[in-house]
Design a protein around this ligand. Sequence first.
Ligand SMILES: [Zn+2]
Length: 423
Amino acid sequence: MLQRIYGTAFESQADLDEYLKKLEEAEKRDHRRLGRDLDLFSIQEEAGPGLVFWHPKGAFVRKMIEDYWRNEHYAHGYELVFTPHIARQELWRTSGHLDFFSENIYQPMEVEGQPYLIKPMNCPFHLLIYKSKVRSYRELPIRWAELGTVYRYERSGALHGLMRVRGFTQDDAHIICTREQLDSETKRVLNFVLMILKRFGFEEFEVYLSTRPEKSVGEDDVWEQATEALKAALVDTGLEYKIDEGGGAFYGPKIDVKIKDAIGRVWQCSTIQVDFNEPERFDITYVGQDNQQHRPIMIHRALFGSMERFMGVLIEHYAGAFPLWLAPVQAVVIPIADRHVEYAQKVADTLKSQGFRSEVDDRNEKTGYKIREAQLQKIPYMLVVGDREAEAGAVSVRSRAEGDKGAIALDDLIEQLKTELEK
Ligand SMILES: [Zn+2]
């Protein structure tokens, strides 16, 4: 039995204090605890480790993110595809994953005497769609995206909440383009990645460009061109980046984007990888302007990485207090006494008719208790209603972030919420 022991030294007591404070803050934000307290998700031993169950509230947040993701992809020149969860093992032999990645792939199952795998990667499927007909240079670049659920074997000791799991949904996309299009496509992808990440309040990034490793395939000039294309895209965004010499994949160079969360921790998130190898392995071609067959280049990219991991990061980044557009419940209406329940219901219905997610807490509990509970559930707005509010068509607003904000006409509140959502 080996035991690894880490030691950390600090220059001053102040540095140590700050570090301890950060640890405490991180513990408060632990997504596993918040996931349970806010009823977002669970991982059930009965089903197996590393497999995520999304409860209604967590599923709702995920749905909102996915809707946003899909809309932005359509708006930025992508098309969406769906592909199966299992397929013949042979596909991943062709792709090379069985050679380079086998320790993470589950044992095959037998179907009519043939080995099938549960998919560890989506790439071969997108290439099969590409191969379903003859492609012309006019169709390129092709940008296909899929929220593709994959399964990979991770040792149980390596599993960690949503951050490292055995089944996860990649926000995957493959761009198939000509060599000439590589420059503009990498720029486009990188800008798209940054735009989406900023939407979630991430402003600071650590960016790495990983270059050709010793064990790799492909011609020098193609490597050179691809590395230069990635570099140019980085320069274009004005981001500072570090070079990870020899850290690229065996099939091409890549950019990794790490995000810095609200308390300064860094999380690996997006990756953009240029690939010359897989188009060759699957023998995909396009007919060029010269009527000849040419080999396209492929870019693999994920911007969240996986939905599971990104949700884990988001829960910790927001400390469970999702912004208004993501919050599963945006406002809870709290009647002071039984006689106010009817008006409370009217308030909730009005909010719902305006597209807001609102609930009435009509349990037989004290108002203070209900407020505390709504605060613990990190609901953005608590709307307390009694005689005065009912008479005036108003609500007493308590905001999760700013506390008591006093009484306000319901119509005005709706306007304020709409403005906040737009922001
Ligand atoms: Zn891929």
